[in-house]
Design a protein around this ligand. Structure first.
Ligand SMILES: Nc1ncnc2c1ncn2[C@@H]1O[C@H](COP(=O)(O)OP(=O)(O)OP(=O)(O)O)[C@@H](O)[C@H]1O
Ligand SMILES: [Mg+2]
Length: 406
């Protein structure tokens, strides 16, 4: 069918034509925002989910709702490798300037600007011109210790917002890539803000391991945030995600064609967009038939392998790849860490470091102690396609005394 009218949006963070199955979560979050605006105590939230389930599009949708409700918003995506101050400071500066446009600078606003200046100096980040706020911020956000300075800064910004009777929305995507110190600083800041009942709402998103990471950073993180799970779509929502965009273009699917796509995608939103898009391009006309899906499917899988899966695979060392291949041998779902080691032919302790590296890279996570699971849906099948043969791991022997290098 005509590619010009193809309604699907496969990609990262691309707003889907039909944001299916998330109404409840959006409604709950909207009420939280109304509470925050009304100055009532409100927990922040961390959206948890695997790769491609739609965390970023949800975060963006919530950001849009917050802006429409009158929040001043800051949004950043945590990169791998610790630069939170650098990313956050300019966003907070933007908020402070937006607050000033409302009326001439009040006391709290001037204070927040000076705190931001101290923070920027302490962390050697550039935030651009800071015209107002001349008084030095005595002893605030200037220690160079993030867990102390970030709370100071966010409190100052939230107080400035409160002075203007608005609220701040702080949105952070890919939270798992924050360093432990950065995550702890965010948690401490949210905790102190909650205690002061200031109007700042935190919304984070990331891989499921962030619940444990936040809990490790500060044990009270468990009670500080809600952790809504963003999962694969249940059948009705998955059907809507596939069928409605086509209907909007005057096209339809045969039931069997829908069934085949829902089975192949297991309701994972990114896969639905990818299948929908490629089947649309390949089908000769409407209604889209089962045979169109069957014909297009090998091409979709090849495309996913070459792009979605492959970019992740290529970032791994040979041993990390081998570890994932051993996991894949055991099928989808969480696996016992000991069984993975057995599949590799070694003791769990021998590959504990590799497993930790894979967690740090966001490739696997552990829901329960002693378990390991993929963070990328259907990665097991990809690994079996990519590395058809499972090789045992033979650790290099440490030389004992008396051994001679050959
Ligand atoms: N509720 C939904 N209904 C239909 N399509 C969706 C839905 N949510 C997301 N998508 C589609 O799924 C794809 C992935 O979305 P998104 O990038 O938000 O996922 P993610 O969870 O942030 O992934 P990652 O962990 O890789 O960042 C996009 O193509 C998006 O259009
Ligand atoms: Mg994302």
């Amino acid at each position: 069918m005509d590619r010009r009218n193809n309604p699907y949006a496969p990609g990262a963070g691309l707003q889907p034509p039909e944001l299916a199955g998330r109404d409840k979560l959006i409604e709950t979050a909207t009420i939280d925002m109304e509470r925050a605006l009304a100055g009532r105590p409100t927990k922040g939230m961390m959206l948890l989910g695997l790769r491609g389930v739609g965390k970023t599009v949800l975060l963006n949708r919530l950001l849009g709702i917050a802006s429409a409700q009158g929040f001043q918003t800051a949004k950043i995506e945590a990169p791998e490798g610790g630069t939170l101050p650098e990313l956050l400071a300019p966003e907070l500066r933007r908020i402070l300037y937006a607050l000033d446009l409302r009326t001439s600078a009040g006391h709290k606003l001037r204070q927040a600007v000076t705190v931001l200046r101290s923070f920027a100096a302490a962390f050697k980040v550039t935030v651009g011109e800071l015209e107002f706020g001349i008084e030095p911020a005595a002893g605030l956000a200037d220690t160079g210790r993030l867990q102390q300075d970030l709370p100071d800064l966010l409190i100052a910004v939230a107080e400035a917002a409160a002075e203007r009777k608005v609220a701040v929305g702080l949105f952070i995507d890919e939270v798992q890539y924050l360093s432990p110190d950065e995550l702890a600083a965010v948690v401490v800041a949210c905790h102190q803000i909650a205690q002061r009942n200031l109007p700042l709402l935190f919304v984070g998103a990331g891989l499921p391991q962030i619940a444990a990471l936040a809990g490790n950073a500060k044990s009270y993180a468990e009670r500080l945030f809600n952790y809504p799970q963003v999962d694969q779509l249940p059948p009705e929502a998955a059907r809507a995600a596939l069928v409605r965009p086509a209907e909007g273009e005057g096209a339809a699917f045969e039931d069997a064609a829908v069934g085949a796509i829902l089975t192949a995608t297991e309701g994972y939103p990114y896969f639905i967009q990818e299948w929908g898009s490629q089947v649309w391009d390949a089908a000769p006309g409407t209604p889209i038939r089962l045979e169109d899906v069957v014909d297009a499917t090998p091409g979709v899988i090849a495309h996913l392998d070459a792009n979605f899966f492959r970019v992740r695979f290529d970032r791994l060392t040979a041993l990390q790849q081998k570890y994932l291949r051993a996991m894949a041998e055991l099928g989808p779902g969480p696996k016992k860490t000991g069984e993975i080691a057995t599949a590799l032919g070694v003791e769990a302790a021998t590959v504990a470091t590799v497993r930790q590296q894979l967690i740090d890279k966001g490739m696997v996570w552990s829901q329960r102690h002693g378990e390991t699971a993929f963070t990328v849906p259907m990665f097991d099948a990809f690994m079996r396609r990519q590395m058809p043969i499972l090789e045992k791991h033979v650790p290099r022997q440490r030389r004992t005394k008396g051994d001679r290098a050959i």
